[in-house]
Design a protein around this ligand. Structure first.
Ligand code: VGL
Ligand code: ZN
Length: 389
């Protein structure tokens, strides 16, 4: 008797547990509202106007929408690179620059975002820094010659830094004191070292200038981007992949062929040791796709595959605007090579920045044929400023 009633109780308990589990499961199932939401998403996914096709991208419709330039459109048959160039030209002609919504015309970004945490760290006190320098030299004289030499070198580099700071601050002043963007192009061993696979003549001379600029702009909390040419082995831009072709000749389809360079994982692809890459910098790798080269930091050489830098710039701008600051309107570009990656990066940068300034003495050119002059002309015609620091 006792044991059967025990069994009964046990069974009842188990049934109750089962019921509870079932109820829990049912609760887990989607609520009517959630199912409705799912339906909405299904509808969104199936709606051809909301779900862009490959053709939408290639025809430039997506880009046009993204750039909010419907009014400039005059036909769906344009390719996205046509659209981009027309966008650039029309804006340059009509407005003498890009069109941006400027609610915060006189907004000074530094008013609400000091570039240093403490007052005495402010990098905008050039006179005080000179005085400090003089002090150091006199102490060096008292000690020994070596110290004096060190101090002199430090003095020269401080002067250099001041010179570059003046350039940066002039650009900042002319763009209402906003946050700026610095793009340092491809300062990697293969381009910078005389022993590098694709040494750009005299590239090593720009190291100190690039470091000064990076320091100045990092201290001012500007946005600093380093690009890194980062090819897979057997990349289509390598002459070695084209039978009978030598480096610096052109391929069957008219592309310049290069020695094997900046191969992923090799020392040649690393940034030059003497270049200071701050931890806060954005590193943007490009040229990873085997079949397509990427000179520009914004779009690959097919002129329609974005590298992601456009999204980064847009994201920073969105964050700035959401926090009540003005977005970036000016971009400074340095690095190598002036006639290739710097040139195409600067041309494309005009899509995102009202002002693009290439500081030519912090760049060096490969110099194939008239590539340097061609680059200068192309930059000038696209409204890129070539300046010196
Ligand atoms: C570059 C040629 C090939 C450059 C990169 O950084 O300018 N040039 N790959
Ligand atoms: Zn390359």
């Amino acid at each position: 008797m006792g044991s059967s009633s025990k069994k009964k109780r046990k069974r009842k308990k188990e049934e109750a547990k089962k019921k509870k589990r079932k109820e829990k499961k049912e609760k887990k199932r989607k609520s009517p509202r959630e199912e409705e939401k799912d339906d909405e998403l299904r509808w969104w996914r199936d709606d051809p106007t909301k779900n862009p096709t490959r053709d939408d991208y290639e025809s430039g419709r997506i880009l046009r929408d993204a750039l909010d330039m419907e009014s400039l459109s005059n036909g769906e048959e344009e390719t996205s690179s046509d659209v981009r160039y027309r966008f650039m030209y029309e804006n340059l002609e009509r407005n003498g620059g890009m069109r941006w919504s400027d609610q915060e015309e006189n907004y000074n970004w530094r008013d609400c975002d000091p570039c240093c945490d403490s007052e005495d760290e402010l990098p905008y006190e050039p006179e005080e820094q000179e005085q400090e320098q003089e002090g150091k030299v006199s102490r060096g004289q008292k000690d020994d010659d070596k110290k004096e030499e060190d101090a002199q070198r430090a003095g020269a580099s401080k002067k250099k830094k001041k010179r570059w700071r003046d350039v940066v601050e002039r650009v900042r002043k002319e763009t209402r004191g906003e946050k700026l963007c610095l793009i340092v192009v491809d300062v990697q061993n293969d381009f910078m070292r005389p022993s590098g696979a694709l040494h750009v003549p005299k590239a090593e001379e720009i190291i100190e200038d690039v470091n000064c600029l990076v320091d100045v702009m990092t201290e001012a909390k500007d946005v600093v981007v380093f690009t890194q040419d980062y090819h897979c082995p057997k990349h289509a831009s390598f002459a070695s992949e084209h039978e009978g072709k030598k480096p610096f000749e052109t391929s069957e389809d008219g592309n310049t062929l290069w020695p094997d360079h900046c191969v992923q994982g090799t020392e040649g692809a690393e940034f030059h040791d003497a270049i200071r890459v701050p931890s806060s910098a954005k590193i943007l790798r490009k040229g990873m796709r085997k079949a397509v080269d990427s000179y520009s930091a914004f779009f690959e050489n097919d002129r329609k595959t974005p590298t992601g830098l456009d999204q980064y710039v847009n994201g920073v701008n969105k964050a700035l605007t959401l926090t009540g600051r003005s977005k970036m309107h000016a971009c400074i570009i340095v690095g190598v090579a002036f006639d290739y990656c710097v040139r195409f990066t600067a041309e494309d940068a005009r899509l995102y920045f009202e002002r693009v300034v290439v500081l030519e003495n912090a760049t060096r050119a490969v110099g194939l044929g008239d590539s340097r002059e061609a680059a200068r002309e192309a930059l000038q015609s696209r409204g890129v400023e070539i300046s010196y620091g």
